[in-house]
Structure formats: structure tokens, C-alpha cells
Design a protein around this ligand. Sequence first.
Ligand SMILES: NC(=O)c1ccc[n+]([C@@H]2O[C@H](COP(=O)([O-])OP(=O)(O)OC[C@H]3O[C@@H](n4cnc5c(N)ncnc54)[C@H](OP(=O)(O)O)[C@@H]3O)[C@@H](O)[C@H]2O)c1
Length: 339
Amino acid sequence: MQIQQITLRRTPEGQPTEADFALGTAELPAAEGGQARVRVIALSLDPYLRSAMAGRHLSAAIHPGDVVRGEGLVEVLESRHPRLQNGTRWVAACGWRSHAVLDAAAIEAARPVVAEVQPATLALGVLGMPGLTAWAGFTQLAHAKAGDTFVVSAASGPVGATVGQLARLAGCRVIGIAGGPEKCAWSTGVAGFDDCIDYQTKDRAEDRAEDLRAALRRHAPGGVDVYFDNVGGDTLLAVCEQLAPGARIVLCGLMAQYNGAAPVPLNPGLIIRARATVRGLVVYDHWAHFDAMVTEIGAHIRAGRLHWREDIAHGLAAAPAAFARLMAGRNQGKALVVL
Ligand SMILES: NC(=O)c1ccc[n+]([C@@H]2O[C@H](COP(=O)([O-])OP(=O)(O)OC[C@H]3O[C@@H](n4cnc5c(N)ncnc54)[C@H](OP(=O)(O)O)[C@@H]3O)[C@@H](O)[C@H]2O)c1
């Protein structure tokens, strides 16, 4: 069977571009014992892939010539493994391909799709790995309580929007930080955040930095009790300058660094002065909570209490451009490719 696949042509330098990837075809072998052949319905595009392409991620590196790794929503065409039945849908490590043969390890790690909450692509976003990241950060690490001022960056993406809404539902005052008026309008108007700071209003970086600090002082005059950081860089520094006593910081992501920018040095005095707690979050540590996350967030979605949005590209060939958009911060919601 001839399939389409996308390989990494070269390691991106800085911001990834379409030219870093190559679309090609390959012959897909039949499934052997313990394997399953699947059709890919939708691919998840995730920022960690950029780190893997640079060889800096906890998971294995993606080298030039490799089929790009990644999870997708798949339908089983031919199973020779007892866990997967033909015709069922799963989230599995299929890579950027139209069809894949999953080996036993990928099958053991695959997750069934929750049928009660639609669309099924939510299993890649708010009911998938990004949802677990938000849920685990909130319930296990943030120690947020009603009345806290809770700040989250990349506020309209699947991780940021979900953790911000969990905080809102727990009675926190939620302030998002997002790039552009459209993302901020969604965060306050749909996700129900109390405020959202658009850090991109000014042209010059110095003016943007000053604006962000002024906005944080205005929106959080009593200080920030919890900061859920998806970006690092100067945004992390700016929020640390405005921490409340006893603040909790959950370090989740490094969007400001993934494309190669140098880390911004953080003054430890800011943490000491606030008696703050800093926790690093790795979603892989929290898989045991996956079902609890799906039950809780699924109930919020069904009741209309928790909102999400998807940024969908169509066709496997569109994956490189969609990934470049994600890594430039131009996505509006969970980045997906529907095949
Ligand atoms: N620790 C873990 O285990 C774990 C697991 C999953 C995800 N994460 C991290 O969580 C973060 C959010 O993931 P997500 O899937 O929800 O992504 P996402 O929010 O859909 O996309 C990333 C967003 O980052 C923002 N951003 C801020 N500074 C940026 C910059 N310099 N360049 C490009 N974008 C920038 C952009 O939003 P604005 O324009 O609004 O700033 C962009 O839309 C990522 O850092 C990701 O790596 C961590």
C-alpha cells in the first residue's frame, strides 16, 4: 500500500519553515503479529516537536530524514493485536503519515477515544496530552484557591485556556497573557477570563516589555498568587517582578526559547522576596491521572462550562505550514491537521 508521509528535510534554524520538511510516498507493509495497520484521521501539532527537532527534548531527537514524530487520531484498518479492534478509534504515535503500522509498544501506549464528548479531535487537545498538562499543573502543582490571582501565558492555546478555565471554575481571578486582540477577546469573551493582557500591542520590544509590566501592576495590584508559565523568556521575568507573598509558579513551557533564543536570566531575589515556590511540570509524570482528567474536563465541556477551539489545517501536505504557524504563535487554538 502506497502512503504519504512527511520527513524532516533539515534541522530548522530559528523559526521552522515549510522548506524544512519534505512530502513523499512510501510503501506500507502489512501488519504482522502484534501490530496494527491504521488510517490517520487527524494529526496533533505540538510545540515539543520543535525541541525534539533540535535534539533538546526529553523524548528522542527527530533527525533529518526521519518521518516527523507525533500523535494522531487513528482508525484501525487491520489489527493483529488483541487490544485494538478493526474500525475503532484511538490516539496513537503514528507520525506525520496518512497510514501507519503501529508496533506493540505504540499499541500498548495508545489511548481510546472518549465517544461521549465530540468532536473526536478533542482527544488530541483539551481531552488529550495538552488537557492533562493543564489539569496536572492545576490540581497537582499550582495549589490555587478561590480568590487567588492566577496568571497564565499563551492563554488561548489548549494548555493555557484549559488551565485558566480550571482556575476560573475554582474561583480564582484569572488574567491571561496572549498575543493579539483576537486571542485576548476569545480568552475574556468565551473562556471567561477576568482580564487578558495583549503583550504585542507595541512595535518595539522595549515598549512591549514596559507595557507588560505596567499591565501586570494594573491588573494584579496585590500581586500574582499563581503563575502558569507556558513561554519563559521576558514574560516569566515580568511576572516574577509582580509576585504576591507565597506565590506558586508552574513552569510548563518555553515558547520564547524553542526557536533558539537564549534563555533570559531570572533574578533569584524575586523568588526569595516573594517566598515563592517554583515547580517544573512534565506531563509524562501524570499519565496515571489521565482518566480522572477526562472525567473532570469532559463533564465541564458537556455542561458548557469549559471552552476550547481548534486551528485546523486540511491534508497531510499542509502540516509543515501549520507547524510553522504554531511555532510563530499564529495559531488560534489547538493546532491540528485533518487528513
Ligand atoms: N511541560 C509539559 O509537559 C508540557 C506538555 C504540553 C505542552 N507544554 C507546553 O505548553 C505550552 C503551550 O502548549 P500548547 O500546545 O497549548 O500551545 P499553544 O498555546 O497552542 O501555542 C503556543 C503559543 O505560545 C505563544 N507564544 C508565546 N511566546 C511565543 C514566541 N516567542 N513564539 C511563538 N509563540 C509564542 C503563542 O501564543 P500567544 O500569541 O498568545 O503568546 C502561541 O500560540 C508550550 O510551551 C508547550 O511546549 C508543556
